[in-house]
Ligand binder design. Structure first.
Ligand SMILES: NC(=O)c1ccc[n+]([C@@H]2O[C@H](COP(=O)([O-])OP(=O)(O)OC[C@H]3O[C@@H](n4cnc5c(N)ncnc54)[C@H](O)[C@@H]3O)[C@@H](O)[C@H]2O)c1
Ligand SMILES: O=C(O)C(=O)C[C@@H](O)[C@H](O)[C@H](O)COP(=O)(O)O
Ligand SMILES: [Zn+2]
Length: 359
């Protein structure tokens, strides 16, 4: 088992990574203050892992809450189901919420924990590759709005993150590719050596080779933990974790949440960001080609959906959370492994990128 730490002073927390961790009560118990535990999951993950987690937590008073699966349900009415269950079962301020599932369950459980009785503890047990390398770490929680992704939420850190790599065995290939999008992101924004390592091992990573995927998870979590520790509430550098997301979130909202997976939209969005960085004369053409090749080799889309027009992008990108005083800011690359967050680009270059969409 490996352990990393997200360093945030008195709110620091461990990330445990290994096989079979779902059975290890000693990793969970230190982070559960009271007797009440509410396990939030979805109706795909529940039949796979809920029973096992309940057995691990047999000494506690357990309240399972099973939400409908998918991005389309990351909204107010699903969130309300969590509050209803907690109130009906008289959970008090010492309750601990546990998110057992992918990023949708994690984001909603974290937001519920941030709001319930003005804040209770929560633990992340991520079960998708994407949630293991990204969403379970860093404390961004929230729900979608029809007008834009993750528009309502809070920064609220978990007490611990427990990554059981065995849970990946049941993950569909399409979800593996979606997770690889965020892994590729880390190399592109922060670590060219990691990018080269991913180029070398992509076929085995897609097959979830146990040693390699564990290393990819640990390296990804280490980068995310470092960026979050430097800038918890995205006042500056944390925004580099948004590479491809301004385009990607627009794709998700335009297509209808859940039609394109988050990771797929980020894959296509990163291609747009890479191409824009090259067109600005910042990113060498060879680096751009390598980035796009790796995204394609991960089984991800490299172009936005047909039929999504430049104006669709413009409208949805205008509500991106990085927009300040009406000015769009994008995450772009100077070279492989070095990202910048900037509004300082020629509008014509973005026009050129958007002129190519819709075909
Ligand atoms: N908070 C953050 O920092 C952050 C970072 C990245 C993404 N996100 C959010 O995370 C969400 C995407 O997360 P996701 O890709 O995990 O999607 P998801 O939660 O929808 O899970 C994907 C699918 O896999 C299923 N599943 C989960 N674990 C499984 C397993 N072990 N075996 C089989 N099936 C399993 C789920 O039921 C679902 O159908 C988006 O809403 C995105 O905005 C948040
Ligand atoms: O943790 C972050 O910061 C990220 O930006 C990680 C992203 O992968 C993730 O999709 C996040 O939810 C996007 O945040 P948002 O603030 O753009 O909604
Ligand atoms: Zn993301």
């Amino acid at each position: 088992m490996q352990q990393l730490t997200v360093n945030l002073d008195d709110r620091s927390y461990p990330i445990h990574i290994g096989a079979g961790l779902l059975d290890q009560i000693d990793l969970l118990a230190p982070h559960i203050a009271g007797k009440q535990v509410c396990i939030v999951t979805d109706d795909t993950v529940a039949p796979l892992y809920l029973e096992r987690l309940c057995q691990t937590l047999a000494g506690y008073s357990l309240l399972p809450v099973i939400l409908p699966t998918g991005e389309a349900f990351k909204n107010w009415s699903t969130l309300q189901q969590i509050f209803d269950a907690l109130l009906n079962a008289r959970h008090d301020r010492r309750t601990t919420l546990i998110a057992l599932g992918g990023g949708v369950v994690g984001d909603m459980t974290g937001f519920a924990a941030a709001c319930y009785q003005r804040g209770v503890d929560f633990i992340q047990i991520p079960t998708t590759l994407l949630s293991q390398v990204d969403s379970s770490v860093g404390g961004k929680t929230g729900i979608n709005h029809p007008a834009g992704k993750n528009m309502i939420g809070a920064f609220y850190q978990p007490r611990a993150v427990l990554i059981d790599t065995d849970s990946l065995k049941t993950l569909p290939d399409r979800e593996v590719s979606a997770g690889l999008a965020e892994i590729i992101k880390y190399g592109l924004i922060r670590d060219s050596g990691f990018h080269a390592w991913l180029e070398e091992h992509m076929p085995s990573l897609r097959k979830l080779d146990p040693a390699l995927i564990t290393e990819a998870i640990a390296r990804s979590c280490a980068i995310k933990a470092e960026v979050v520790a430097a800038d918890e509430r995205e006042g500056g550098v944390r925004a580099i974790l948004n590479l491809g997301h301004t385009f990607g979130h627009a794709i998700e909202a335009h297509q209808g949440y859940g039609t394109w997976l988050h990771g797929e939209a980020v894959g296509a969005g990163m291609v747009m960001a890479l191409e824009m960085s090259r067109e600005l004369g910042w990113l060498p053409a060879e680096d751009c080609r390598r980035g796009i090749d790796l995204i394609a080799r991960a089984g991800l889309p490299t172009a936005p959906p047909r039929g999504m027009l430049a104006d669709d992008f413009r409208q949805l990108m205008a509500v991106d959370k990085k927009v300040l005083d009406g000015q769009l800011r994008l995450v772009l690359l100077r070279q492989l492994g070095e990202a910048v967050v900037t509004a300082d680009f020629e509008a014509a270059v973005l026009d050129g990128i958007l002129a190519g969409v819709g075909q």
